[in-house]
Design a protein around this ligand. Structure first.
Ligand SMILES: Nc1nc2c(ncn2[C@@H]2O[C@H](COP(=O)(O)OP(=O)(O)O)[C@@H](O)[C@H]2O)c(=O)[nH]1
Ligand SMILES: [Mg+2]
Length: 370
């Protein structure tokens, strides 16, 4: 055999061996990698198993179905920023450079509460309660906590109606309040909430005083996917209310909301008109209206309080709605209203958009205040 052929043959042999070694190394590497991946998976499964069942469920619900709690509070804080800034900065200013509550500080604090429309009576009581706790109030954060605790206790405990399981069909809610407080807007927002939980809602347009009122309500009912009953301008509001209940019974409606007029220059007439609407509703459906909700505008401050007294005396209010908390630094009025009237606060309006109505949560509200 020629010499160079022998050289070529032995070279091929060496290359072949090298190739085999390389292939073996590659296979080994892949096996090691696979084992590592398996180990990681097993480890992860183990830690998942070790977690208590409850904790896993909590994490799951937090991720999947309840992103709101954080965002609701955030939104509330944002929209309450005027009140929040005024109160928070005020409390810090009052306590600056102090290590305890002296008479001057208490006086300034009372003044601050009154200017935030907490009201004289409620502010005085709040200060008296703070004085009792003053021994333990050595810094501003302790003062804020004590104030929050006391303000919280002003809100009457209430058991909110579970609209998923309402006893009466239809459940009738009458909405009252003076002009411009936000009745019609709030009805639209509430109707949207009912739609979200799958309730059939009908709105009775009993503000027949202006044609524009029924127009505005029609737009809101469309936005909120609710039905509406309306008559001609200047027709009898009590007749509209009667027809609304009639239609609701016939159409298998779950919830009826009755919008009303609120012109105040004929105060006595307004109360009489509202009483007549109420009678007309109960004539058609015994036990109705099941709720009479008074809408108050937070920007009117202490005036809201006198309105509440007036309406409560005439009609008996079952709940309160405070609107426009986004537009005022006087959100403290909410504490005054609840403390003075001892009527549950159901909703708060924090903007003009359809989603800007929150179920009132006293704890959350107090936390958002300062
Ligand atoms: N900023 C703000 N405006 C509101 C709120 N609720 C109602 N409004 C506004 O207040 C005005 C009067 O509302 P409307 O529903 O017509 O009052 P009504 O006369 O009581 O029916 C409208 O311009 C609404 O957009 C709220 O929570 N925040
Ligand atoms: Mg209106």
């Amino acid at each position: 055999m020629p010499e160079n052929i022998i050289i070529y043959a032995s070279m091929i042999d060496v290359w072949g061996e090298l190739l085999v070694v390389l292939l073996l190394m590659l296979l080994l590497k892949i096996r090691i990698k696979n084992r590592k991946v398996k180990e990681v998976i097993i480890k992860k499964e183990k830690t998942e198993e070790e977690k208590p069942q409850e904790e896993k469920r909590y994490e799951y619900e937090k991720e999947i179905s309840h992103p709101e709690p954080v965002s609701i509070l955030k939104r509330l804080e944002e929209q309450l920023s005027k009140t929040r800034n005024a109160l928070s900065a005020g409390i810090e200013r009052v306590f600056k450079g102090k290590s305890g509550l002296d008479d001057d500080t208490l006086e300034e604090l009372e003044e601050l509460l009154i200017t935030s429309d907490v009201g004289v009576k409620t502010s005085t009581e709040l200060i008296q309660r703070i004085v009792k706790k003053s021994g333990s109030i050595s810094d501003v954060s302790k003062l804020k906590t004590a104030l929050k605790e006391e303000i919280f206790s002003f809100f009457p405990a209430s058991s909110p109606i579970d609209y998923n399981n309402i006893k009466n069909k239809p459940h009738v809610i009458m909405i009252i309040g003076v002009n411009g407080v936000g009745k019609t807007t709030t009805i639209g927002k509430i109707a949207a909430k009912f739609k979200d939980i799958g309730k059939k809602t009908l709105i009775g347009a009993c503000d027949t005083f202006r044609a524009a009122a029924a127009e505005q309500l029609t737009i809101w009912s469309e936005r909120a996917g609710a039905e509406i009953v309306r008559h001609k301008e200047n027709s009898d509001p009590a007749a509209v209310a009667f027809d609304s209940i009639d239609a609701a019974i016939a159409r298998g409606i779950d919830i009826v909301m009755i919008d009303t007029a609120g012109r105040l220059h004929t105060r006595v007439n307004l109360m009489e008109e509202l009483k007549k609407i109420k009678r007309s509703i109960s004539n058609k459906l015994q036990g109705a209206p099941h709720e009479i909700l008074l809408v108050l505008d937070a920007t009117t401050g202490q005036n809201a309080l006198s309105q509440a007294k007036m309406f409560h005396e005439a009609l008996g209010i079952t709940g309160i709605i405070v609107t426009k908390l986004d537009g005022t630094a006087k959100g403290g009025v909410v504490a005054a209203i609840c403390h003075t009237l001892n009527i549950p606060l159901k909703y708060i309006g924090i903007g003009e958009k359809i989603e800007d109505l929150q179920d009132f949560d006293a704890k959350q509200f107090v936390d958002a205040l300062f």
